[in-house]
Design a protein around this ligand. Structure first.
Ligand SMILES: Cc1cc2nc3c(=O)[nH]c(=O)nc-3n(C[C@H](O)[C@H](O)[C@H](O)COP(=O)(O)O)c2cc1C
Length: 172
C-alpha cells in the first residue's frame, strides 16, 4: 500500500477486539519509534509499553484507552531533547510526537488500528507508573484490532479542509 493510501486508511478507533497484538508486530512498531528522526539525533524518546491486564486496568485512572490491548505511553526526556538556544525552544514535544506518529503509521501498515490520546491526567499517570521527573509524557497511543468497520478512506473529501486552505504559495 502506498503511503497516501495508508494515511487515508488510518482513522481513530475507539473500540478494540480482545485479540492481542502479535509480538512481532509490537516489535516492528517500536522499531519504527526507534529509527525516527529527532533533533540533533539526540533520541530523547522513551516508550512505556503497557500490555498486562493489571497495568491496563491501572491506566483507567489517567486515560480512557478504549479497551486496546496494547497502549504506548510515548515520553520524552526533557534533559536529553535539544533546546534551540536562540529562543530557548525545547524540541521535546516535537521529537516525542514524531516517534508517536511513526508508530501510529507503522501499526496501521500492519493491519492494526490506533487512537492518539491527549486527554489524560499527566500527574496521575506519572504517579501510577513511576514516570521519572525528567520524562514528559507526550502522547498515549492505543493500539489493537478494530472492533468495528473503520471509516472509509474517502471521508477525507468531506472531513478535511481542502488543500487550497492549507497551502500558501511562496509568501503570506
Ligand atoms: C494531538 C491529538 C490528540 C488527540 N486526543 C484524543 C483524545 O484524547 N481522545 C480521543 O478519543 N481522540 C483523540 N485524538 C483523535 C482525534 O480526535 C482524531 O484524530 C481527529 O478527530 C481526526 O479523526 P481521525 O483520526 O479518525 O482521522 C487526538 C488526535 C491528536 C492528533
Amino acid at each position: 500500500m502506498d503511503f497516501l493510501t495508508l494515511a487515508k486508511t488510518r482513522c481513530s478507533v475507539r473500540e478494540y477486539s480482545s485479540k492481542q497484538v502479535e509480538n512481532d508486530k509490537v516489535n516492528i512498531i517500536l522499531e519504527c519509534g526507534r529509527v525516527c528522526p529527532t533533533a540533533v539525533n539526540y533520541q530523547p524518546q522513551v516508550v512505556l509499553k503497557i500490555t498486562d491486564t493489571a497495568s491496563l486496568y491501572k491506566l483507567k485512572a489517567s486515560a480512557k484507552t478504549f479497551g486496546a490491548p496494547l497502549v504506548l505511553v510515548v515520553c520524552c526526556d526533557t534533559k536529553i531533547a535539544w533546546t534551540r538556544k536562540l529562543d530557548n525552544k525545547s524540541m521535546a514535544d516535537i521529537d516525542g510526537t514524531i516517534a508517536a506518529d511513526h508508530m501510529v503509521m507503522a501499526a496501521e501498515s500492519l493491519g492494526l488500528s490506533t487512537c492518539w490520546i491527549e486527554l489524560f491526567r499527566p500527574e496521575i499517570l506519572r504517579k501510577d507508573f513511576n514516570i521519572p521527573e525528567n520524562l514528559q509524557p507526550i502522547a498515549i497511543i492505543a493500539i489493537g484490532y478494530a472492533a468495528y468497520d473503520k471509516k472509509s478512506p474517502d471521508r477525507h473529501d468531506i472531513e478535511r479542509n481542502p488543500l487550497s486552505s492549507m497551502v500558501v504559495e511562496n509568501t503570506f
